[in-house]
Design a binder for this molecule. Structure first.
Ligand code: SAM
Length: 284
């Protein structure tokens, strides 16, 4: 069954009486070239273990199972379970779990299927849960080596943005702290069934063995980053001294910025992740 063939996918879904759910972000990817690109980026060797979140009807899952040693998929929608059992019937390296990824203990689940092997993550999820999931996976210190995600085009741009550009923000610093992001490709609305309103992009996040910058107090570093971009129009000094997450006097922040040879009226968007780390250490 060629699921990237719209008529075959439609026939399969109709046979199971399946109706797309908007709230679950169900736009299935049907572009074969993009499916192969995601699978190649997500499972880059035959020994790879891949956690797929939100497999849908299995379009990407089939490609992943061809490329990887083991694929574990977590799908929330009970209506998709019999469909996936049919589309993945020939794959003996596939495990399906019916669950909400937001309520799943990812550590014990992945350990039960992959043992202690490191794994990669692939997902084309509703956009409102993508960033929380990425941050959760990065912060939980699981043995994740890489993540390949379909995201809104603007979100991909924010993840890759450098300091001083309009897209640069707290997400850029957080993603670049833990990973090396690479854009893989873009996907226009006609690549999906049904078509979404916005353009999407695939991003590959290679998780770094150690964070890209050294900080003595990681919690303080992220509080500073979040505060700096929470009120973008304010100077960094004002944003940090008035932040609800911090309690640091303005004069200490000014002194720290001067020590870093920065103008005390600088805005947060000018600081690189390494400069945020330096500032965090000076203020800790
Ligand atoms: N991967 C498929 C594809 O590329 O065609 C489907 C992608 S579709 C955009 C999103 C999928 O994520 C749907 O199958 C949806 O039911 C599933 N999903 C949504 N929220 C989820 C959650 N919290 N946990 C697990 N799966 C979820």
């Amino acid at each position: 069954m060629n699921l990237s063939h719209p008529s075959e996918l439609k026939e399969l879904l109709a046979r199971h009486g399946f109706a797309f759910s908007k709230s679950l972000g169900q736009n299935f990817l049907i572009d074969e070239k993009i499916l192969k690109q995601i699978a190649a980026a997500a499972a880059d060797n035959k020994n790879a273990c891949v956690l797929e979140i939100g497999p849908g009807a299995g379009t990407l899952t089939q490609q992943l199972a061809k490329n990887a040693e083991k694929v574990l998929a977590v799908e929330i929608d009970s209506a998709l379970i019999p469909i996936l059992q049919e589309t993945m019937a020939d794959a003996d390296n596939f495990t399906l779990v019916h669950a909400d990824i937001m309520k799943t203990d990812i550590q014990s689940l992945t350990q039960s299927v992959f043992g202690s092997s490191p794994f990669c993550v692939a997902a084309n999820l509703p956009y409102y849960i993508t960033t929380p999931i990425i941050m959760h996976l990065l912060e939980s210190h699981l043995p994740v080596t890489a993540m390949t995600f379909m995201v809104q085009k603007e979100v991909a741009a924010r993840m890759c943005a450098r300091e001083g550009t309009p897209d640069y923000g707290a997400l850029s610093v957080a993603v670049q702290y833990y990973t090396q992001p690479h854009p893989v490709c873009t996907a226009e609305p006609h690549c999906f069934m049904p078509q979404p309103k916005v353009a999407s992009a695939v991003i590959h996040l290679k998780v770094l063995p150690t964070p890209s910058v050294q900080v003595s107090d990681e919690k303080l570093f992220f509080k500073i980053v979040r505060s700096a971009f929470g009120q973008r129009r304010k100077t960094l000094c004002n944003a940090l001294s008035k932040s609800p997450y911090l309690s640091i006097e303005k004069s200490r922040i000014e002194t720290a910025l001067l020590q870093m040879n920065l103008d005390p009226s600088v805005r947060g968007e000018r600081l690189s992740p390494a400069q945020f780390a330096q500032l965090s250490d000076l203020l800790s």
